[in-house]
Design a protein around this ligand. Structure first.
Ligand SMILES: N[C@@H](CCSC[C@H]1O[C@@H](n2cnc3c(=O)[nH]cnc32)[C@H](O)[C@@H]1O)C(=O)O
Ligand SMILES: [Zn+2]
Length: 433
């Protein structure tokens, strides 16, 4: 495939490499070959040139935790704590979902994420063949898992069977943009011997695991009462932490939990807005970062957020801990940006270097308009990006070098069709239906 040259007005290659002046990115076959300041020095007649002199290029954002098709449940259960939210509102509505609904719900999520500058996301849900089809069509990169629960023998075996067939069909599919992982839901829905079985399957298939861990105080208290240890320790005892693990939430942790997360290189998905909205609490992100744990940022599903805007989440991660700790140095702009990009990429098991605009990284690139009011004035470009800019400033999105959003317009998605289908499903899924 031919080379593509993107000329921009400024670049944030990573939190510690900001170029506040015109420059370029050159890529081929979806991988960045070169970046630099000023004018591209090579021959221009061999390359396709995309000129965006009034844009700043940043690495695409990585959403490290979510349930994409829960966009269909947006606003269906507000102002409830986790357990009541799940059992009274979410599970009854999810029982009405079909593969077709999950397909449209996932496309709706892809539309929202593309428009807000996300290039890679994680998903744990069901009807995952349909979700993967949506991802393939959208052009996004995704790390997908078929959620597994172990309440009885039937859903245990079904969960293993689903994960196996999903892995066989979709792992490394969509030109390598889709990675399959295993998704045991949580220690309170998967008994210890089931978690052990999932750990073995993960080793057999050679894929990582994503799971909800230590989300609420109630979860931790009940785990201690039932198993005599915290959910993190329980995961370790089941052999789960011998495998690469992405743990969502980790809100209620002991010092020993944090040491264990670090020792086993468990990646943590921090979901500040979902944790606030479900009144779960505030994760000890400063302590996790200080301990050397890899922390990324996630939105969680749109029923507990209620949007998939990672810019909001990134800014909340950068401000929440300052307020709670009364320490303005807690989670700096650079730390928050890193969590949303390169650390996020590490959280979702992408190869080293991804989540930056450095040569060798995937050409997953987001452009923000420098003409936006949020870039006036610009004393410190990274500060504008983290503390001022937002989804509304996103003009262009590339994944593996392919355009998904071009000057504000979705390229891969038929958004009018998605709108129509979601309105149709709304009438079926809603509380009055
Ligand atoms: N319940 C599914 C398997 C799990 S899929 C992922 C599940 O996680 C649920 N979920 C979404 N957000 C959260 C959260 O923050 N904590 C716990 N569960 C969540 C979501 O509603 C969905 O049911 C089954 O019957 O096979
Ligand atoms: Zn979740």
């Amino acid at each position: 495939m031919s080379q593509v040259l993107l000329e921009v007005g400024a670049l944030v290659l990573s939190a510690d490499a900001v170029i506040p002046e015109p420059g370029y990115i050159l890529w081929q076959d979806g991988v960045i070959l070169a970046v630099g300041r000023g004018v591209y020095p090579g021959p221009r007649d061999q390359v396709e040139v995309i000129s965006r002199p009034r844009a700043v290029a940043i690495p695409g954002l990585v959403n490290t935790h979510g349930h994409a098709a829960m966009t269909l449940l947006r606003g269906i259960g507000d102002d409830l704590p986790l357990q009541a939210w799940l059992t009274e509102r979410i599970y009854p509505t999810e029982a009405k979902l079909t593969g077709e609904a999950v397909y449209w719900g996932t496309l709706l999520a892809c539309w929202e994420m593309i428009q807000s500058g996300t290039t890679c996301f994680t998903d744990m849900y069901f009807f995952m063949h349909d979700a993967a089809r949506a991802v393939e069509e959208s052009g996004l990169r995704a790390v997908l898992s078929w959620g597994m629960v172990g309440f009885d023998e039937q859903n245990r075996t079904q969960g293993i069977r689903n994960s196996r067939s999903f892995h066989a069909q979709w792992h490394r599919a969509a030109q390598g943009r889709i990675q399959v992982t295993l998704g045991p839901h949580a220690p309170y829905t998967c008994p210890p011997d089931y978690l052990a079985e999932v750990a073995e399957l993960s080793a057999e298939l050679g894929v990582p695991i994503q799971i909800h861990l230590s989300e609420t105080k109630r979860e931790v208290d009940e785990c201690i009462a039932e198993h005599g240890c915290t959910p993190i320790r329980l995961a370790e005892r089941c052999g789960l932490l011998n495998r690469p693990v992405l743990a969502a939430h980790c809100v209620h942790l002991t010092e020993e939990d944090i040491a264990l997360l670090h020792e086993r290189d468990v990646r943590v998905a921090h979901n500040p807005q979902s944790n606030l909205k479900l009144a779960s609490g505030v994760a000890p992100v400063v302590e996790l970062l200080r301990a050397g744990v890899t922390v990324g940022i996630g939105t969680d599903g749109a029923a507990s957020n209620n949007n998939l805007d990672l810019f909001e989440e990134l800014r909340l991660a950068a401000t929440l801990h300052k307020g709670v700790r009364q320490d303005a140095t807690a989670v700096t702009a650079g730390e928050a940006f890193t969590m949303a990009t390169s650390a996020g990429a590490r959280c979702v098991f992408l190869p080293d270097g991804h989540g930056t605009l450095n040569p060798g990284a995937a050409a997953d690139i987001v452009l923000l308009s420098l003409d936006s009011v949020h870039f006036l004035p610009t004393y410190d470009l990274l500060s504008n990006v983290v503390y001022a800019a937002g989804a509304g400033d996103v003009t262009d999105v590339f994944v593996a070098g392919q355009p998904l959003l071009r000057q504000g317009e979705p390229v891969t998605l038929d958004v009018e069709r998605i709108r129509h289908e979601v309105r149709r499903l709304e009438a079926i899924l809603g509380p009055q239906a």
